[in-house]
Design a protein. Structure first.
Length: 443
């Protein structure tokens, strides 16, 4: 059978052949058992086989064999995948769905002969804006000016943004107030440990976090100092590359990975710390991303071994110096990539439960994706909102006052879910770092 399929490759287009070479072994691992179906949020919301992991795997296999078209039949089902990787944790035979998905997206991107305006804008943002920290900071400063001048109130009252893009309008309302630039942590700066020094960590600032949620980064550094770590913010660090890999821009993702590896190596830190589940997953898989990159392979492996989520270090080297009790019911919504890729499940929960006075309630289906998915909620707004609304039904059953997340996209998505339910007066979404800092008296 395999010899027949390989022979057929000579008669089909080069991209199908490339898809075959990169994914066919993985597609053959799938036994089509269906264990992935209950774990898949898009299968639950859309209810069709092409929206399930096994359905998508079968479509990739058929496209690799030249039996269906890449753009005509494969592109849309793959684009509608959230990439939450929950199917990997459910798979009994270990199909590496994340690797298959990214390889397929890269080939789908190559197969596009004409880019739509939306595609051109997305490509421009991925290559001309996000990789450049100064440009991202400028964008954050402009948003702060927009908020400070009250222009955002005018935009909301006139529904101007809604007329241009309803998804953008809804997410504009979820943006946190951006701190003044002077408070943003600085690349190259060393922040000394408080008390006895336990070690040195290098902090990954990220692109979205650094530009639009810099307060969380600042609080992260303070928490690390509180438990006795000197914190250095590496010079020349860049975006993690997650958004690029998820959108088929793997070469750019590799360039960013190499830049980060060099930047963090230069610090000689004991650990490399991040506070964003999606970014952390990308950093955690640099060894896979650069597996075919010769001398970079070992450097990437060493990088991964030192890369940790903030919750892991706080659990290992805590406790935190809590100064005031927390009042209210708190639930935790897992970041898919923190849970499914980095296997960080218990640490955030245990840290939350250690806060004095807190009432922690385990959220039903907390591991189920909130449908943020990087920029999925902007590209596929209606599909994303169906999944989010199902999530909010579970949140409402807990009577929570705070929904805690470990990823910026998740936090904004849960903010939107709270607003859509009209619960902004009695419920809010917070990053894990924010609630811990507040309980420690850090502002």
């Amino acid at each position: 059978m395999m010899k027949t399929v390989i022979k057929q490759q000579e008669a089909i287009n080069p991209l199908a052949k490339k898809l075959f070479e990169q994914t066919y072994e993985w597609t053959n691992q799938c036994v089509q058992c269906g264990y992935c179906l209950p774990a898949c949020p898009t299968y639950e919301s859309m209810g069709k086989e092409s929206a399930s992991p096994r359905g998508r795997i079968n479509l990739v296999k058929m496209a690799a064999e030249g039996r269906i078209g890449i753009q005509e039949h494969l592109a849309e089902p793959i684009d509608l995948c959230l990439g939450c990787r929950a199917c990997e944790t459910a798979c009994p035979v270990g199909v590496p769905y994340g690797r298959l998905l990214e390889a397929t997206k890269e080939i789908i991107a190559e197969s596009k002969q004409h880019l739509s305006l939306a595609d051109q804008l997305k490509k421009s943002a991925l290559n001309k804006l996000i990789p450049h920290s100064n440009r991202m900071k400028l964008a954050g400063n402009l948003i702060r000016l927009y908020q400070k001048t009250g222009l955002h109130q005018f935009v909301r009252k006139t529904n101007w943004l809604s007329k241009a893009s309803e998804p953008l309008a809804q997410f504009e309302r979820t943006l946190p107030l951006i701190e003044i630039p002077d408070k943003r942590i600085k690349q190259g700066k060393i922040y000394p440990a408080k008390g006895e020094k336990k070690g040195k960590v290098a902090f990954f600032a990220g692109c979205i976090m650094d530009a639009f949620m810099s307060r969380i980064n600042r609080l992260t550094v303070e928490l690390l100092r509180e438990i006795g770590f000197e914190v250095v913010v590496p010079v020349n660090q860049a975006c993690c590359g997650a958004l690029h890999a998820h959108q088929g821009e793997r070469e750019m993702a590799k360039q960013l990975a190499k830049r980060n590896i060099l930047a963090f190596q230069a610090t000689e830190a004991d650990f490399y710390i991040n506070n964003a589940g999606g970014c952390g997953a990308a950093l955690h898989e640099y060894d896979e991303l650069l597996a075919e990159e010769g001398e970079w392979k070992e450097a990437a492996k060493a990088f991964v071994e030192k890369s940790l989520d903030i919750s892991q270090l706080l659990m290992e080297y805590g406790p935190l110096p809590f100064k005031q009790p927390w009042h209210g019911i708190v639930v935790y919504q897992d970041s898919c990539h923190l849970r499914n890729v980095q296997n960080v499940v218990n640490e955030p929960r245990k840290i939350l439960q250690s806060i004095p006075g807190i009432t922690y309630v385990e959220l039903e289906d907390a591991a189920h994706c909130c449908a943020s998915g990087g920029i999925y909620n902007l590209l596929h707004f209606e599909e994303s909102m169906k999944i989010l609304d199902l999530k909010m039904e579970k949140v409402n059953q807990t009577e929570a006052t705070v929904v805690v997340t470990s990823n910026p996209g998740c936090q904004l998505q849960m903010n939107l879910g709270i607003q859509r339910r009209g619960h902004s007066n009695q419920m809010k979404s917070m990053h894990l770092v924010e609630i811990l800092a507040e309980a420690c008296g850090i502002h």
